[in-house]
Design a protein. Structure first.
Length: 276
């Protein structure tokens, strides 16, 4: 049904002309898109523009949220599935984006496997829930443009992708038919084990230690590196990097032609929590 998607896109663009100048300005300031050639950038702009018309942004006054800010979020969403067919890149549960000025706190009550109840306060820069909105910190979205390996937008939308199986983020998103669930589980288990071993020894983790929180965070953090610091991920976990290349149908590191400050380097920012 690619012809139908193409017809719908043409019809949409006739009604809503693409703001190409604004898009190009936005993409020029996003290192995460520097790996794209001209055709891919055009595809990203069109898909992102369509996505934007299905999103509702909510933010408190007097926070200023410009069209360029909105385009930036849409670009990140569509970058994740840019090389997937339209039928697979629908994001059925993405509608509302809540933007807050900075990191925020949540009071959590959790029950462990032994039935013991734990209460604690958790600081977050983003939050995602099944069938609910995505919450993003504006300050962290802006800061992430300059730090390879960290991107709260990608992190939270990987959670959304992860939840498409059964509504739960568990590190096991819907897979393409040519990627076996056994291989996916085995590859991520080895990475997870390595990270938790580092934490248990009190040794620095090779990527952001927040990946050792649980399997869902492992997936989200690894995908942050895949898109914003692919060289770092490939050097550290080459088998996982190869799996993600197959899964996302793209290799950001292969096409990267320009270097930005911190590109492919280790993130020097302190580890910050994101949503669980």
């Amino acid at each position: 049904m690619q012809w139908l998607a193409a017809w719908q896109r043409k019809r949409f663009l006739k009604r809503h002309p693409l703001p190409e100048a604004a898009w190009r300005d936005v993409l020029s300031r996003l290192p995460v898109t520097s790996c794209l050639d001209a055709a891919a950038r055009q595809r990203l702009m069109v898909r992102g523009w369509q996505r934007l018309h299905h999103l509702a942004f909510h933010f408190p006054e007097p926070l200023t949220w410009t069209l360029e800010d909105q385009l930036s979020v849409a670009a990140h969403i569509e970058l994740i599935t840019l090389y997937w067919p339209d039928s697979q890149a629908r994001w059925p549960d993405v509608h509302d984006i809540v933007v807050v000025p900075d990191a925020f706190r949540r009071h959590l009550v959790e029950t462990d496997t032994a039935g013991v109840i734990h209460e604690h306060d958790d600081e977050r820069i983003g939050e995602t829930s099944s069938r609910g909105p995505v919450v993003l910190s504006m300050n962290d979205m802006q800061a992430d443009r300059h730090h390879a390996g960290v991107n709260v937008i990608i992190h939270e939308f990987i959670h959304k992708l992860d939840m498409q199986n059964d509504g739960v983020a568990n590190g096991f998103p819907p897979l393409h038919g040519d990627i076996s669930s056994r291989r996916w589980h085995a590859t991520f288990t080895r990475v997870w084990q390595d990270l938790t071993d580092h934490v248990a020894r009190g040794a620095p983790t090779p990527i952001n230690e927040y990946a050792a929180t649980d399997p869902a965070e492992c997936l989200a953090v690894c995908c942050e590196y895949f898109f914003t610091a692919p060289g770092r991920l490939k050097a550290t976990y080459p088998e996982l990097h190869a799996l993600l290349v197959e899964y996302f149908r793209q290799d950001p590191g292969l096409k990267r032609t320009t270097q930005h400050p911190g590109a492919d380097g280790y993130n020097a920012r302190p580890s910050q929590p994101a949503s669980r």
